[in-house]
Write a protein that binds this ligand. Structure first.
Ligand code: FES
Length: 272
């Protein structure tokens, strides 16, 4: 049974990640635990402004009753959200969407491809997999950003790069003088990785333009279409299958998505 009423919640921490993105730590005032899956989303509401869907960036079990939302300042609600600080109140509905099919990845190699803001929902999956590391084989992470200053979660990425439990590769489209790493679009990183196609499950989140090219690289390595998952979280409004706003060719992304296999997503020509 869906609850349409926003739950009151309190901001308990705010961290500036880049010029445009901040990470908000939120606690529900009723002390409820969100109990989400990686790549699910919530609707945040600000009184007098409205609602917006935001992916959850923290893993299901992290610091108990809090969860994290990475929010880019890009519209009325998100601009207003960036003006809020610790102890301010917001409304939360959710979690919504199907989330990443974590039950499918046990015993598999996991290839995670994050472009730009796509790292925000995928951070939930990455941290979940690292917490449950013994259940998986290789974990390979490819990260792309436009510029070095746009890279989210830089400190955590540095930790992942030092951690033998995860193979991390990073690139930027355009370097600055401080950048000593790979330069070029994210598909250029595929030259540096070997994968076992029969044992690999891929998770991709990034700007729409990225999907087609990344999927092409993964298919070229022999991964089955049904083992490539995309997060198509777009155009959400009600979050519960009522408004039809997220519908593409009869599929309600807020209900049957936002995570779809490429096999399913291919039917939604418009989405890719
Ligand atoms: S967001 Fe309203 S039906 Fe999906």
């Amino acid at each position: 049974m869906f609850n349409f009423l926003p739950m009151p919640a309190t901001i308990t921490d705010v961290r500036q990640l880049t010029d445009r993105e901040r990470l908000f730590t939120i606690r529900l005032d009723n002390e409820r635990i969100l109990r989400h899956r990686p790549c699910q989303f919530v609707l945040i509401s600000l009184f007098g402004i409205g609602e917006a869907p935001i992916s959850i960036s923290s893993p299901p079990v992290d610091s108990g009753k809090t969860f994290e939302l990475c929010i880019r300042s890009m519209g009325n609600l998100t601009n207003a959200m960036h003006k809020l600080s610790v102890n301010d109140k917001i409304g939360i509905r959710g979690p919504y969407g199907n989330g990443f099919p974590i039950e499918k990845i046990g015993g598999k190699d996991i290839l995670i491809v994050a472009g730009g803001l796509g790292l925000a929902p995928l951070r939930s999956l990455i941290k979940y997999v690292l917490q449950e590391r013994g259940r998986y084989r290789r974990v390979i992470l490819l990260i792309g950003a436009k510029r070095p200053g746009d890279i989210l979660f830089r400190e955590e990425i540095s930790e992942w790069e030092r951690d033998p439990a995860i193979e991390t590769h990073i690139t930027v489209d355009a370097a600055d003088p401080s950048w000593t790493r790979h330069v070029g679009v994210i598909t250029g990183l595929f030259r540096h990785i070997d994968i076992d196609p029969l044992k690999t499950i891929a998770a991709i989140v990034g700007p729409p333009v990225m999907y087609r090219f990344v999927i092409r690289e993964i298919l070229a390595k022999g991964v089955f279409e049904g083992n490539i998952y995309l997060d198509l979280e777009r155009r959400m409004r009600c979050g519960v299958g009522k408004c039809g706003h997220c519908q593409i060719n009869g599929i309600y992304l807020c209900q049957n998505g936002p995570v779809l296999s490429y096999l399913e997503a291919r039917k939604l020509q418009e989405a890719l």
